[in-house]
Design a binder for this molecule. Structure first.
Ligand code: FMN
Length: 184
């Protein structure tokens, strides 16, 4: 039996009832047999202070271990003020340090996002891609998963009910799995 590709899911929203966390849960269900998605919650991270990264809190150590043991990461995040939410950027910064010990280096990735707005987190996604350049990560380019008008695409229990969105998430996961295999 071939080993499954391990994908680490990260939601950029800590909100109860978060559409982005719902989207990650949907990705878990839509994931092809050849892979599995484990979600890591970034709740409870202290604010990053340079100098304290040599002796990080346990949650950061666990986060870095989870990133390193995964073949790929999948970030699902809201757009806040046209960019990456602070909690997500804070967690990214923690896992990038101390200098020379970044957990992100060389990691394959995919990005998706849900927003009630019309362009479904596009601006956040391009800022996150820019961050991934410095982190030396390898995000897939396509398909882009920008879930606009998101309240219409999930039911009240948080289930993704929009077929087109299910299809594109599935296509993104297939592309991510192939990408992760190439980099393995
Ligand atoms: C501080 C803040 C800034 C926001 N800025 C944007 C924005 O720039 N673009 C956008 O589409 N939505 C913006 N929103 C609305 C979020 O997309 C919306 O609250 C979304 O549901 C958050 O994702 P979540 O459901 O996963 O928590 C903002 C919300 C907050 C709280």
């Amino acid at each position: 039996m071939t080993k499954k590709i391990r994908i680490l899911g990260i939601s950029g929203s800590l909100r109860e009832g978060s559409f982005n966390t719902y989207a990650l849960n949907a990705a878990k269900k839509l994931c092809p047999e050849s892979a599995e998605i484990e979600i890591f919650s970034i709740a409870g991270f202290p604010e990053f202070i340079q100098g304290q990264d040599e002796d990080p809190p346990e949650i950061v150590t666990k986060f870095k271990e989870a990133i390193r043991s995964a073949d790929a990461v999948l970030v699902s995040s809201p757009e806040y003020n046209y960019s990456v939410p602070g909690v997500l950027k804070n967690a990214i910064d923690w896992a990038s340090r101390p200098y020379g010990d970044s957990a992100w280096e060389g990691k394959t990735a995919a990005i998706m996002g849900a927003s009630p707005g019309a362009i479904g987190t596009a601006r956040m996604q391009y800022h996150l891609r820019q961050i991934m350049v410095f982190l030396d990560m390898h995000p897939i380019n396509k398909p882009e998963v920008m879930i606009n008008n998101c309240a219409e695409k999930f039911d009240e229990s948080g289930e993704l009910i929009h077929e087109g969105t299910q299809k594109i998430i599935r296509m993104m996961l297939e592309a991510l799995i192939e990408h992760a295999k190439r980099f393995a």
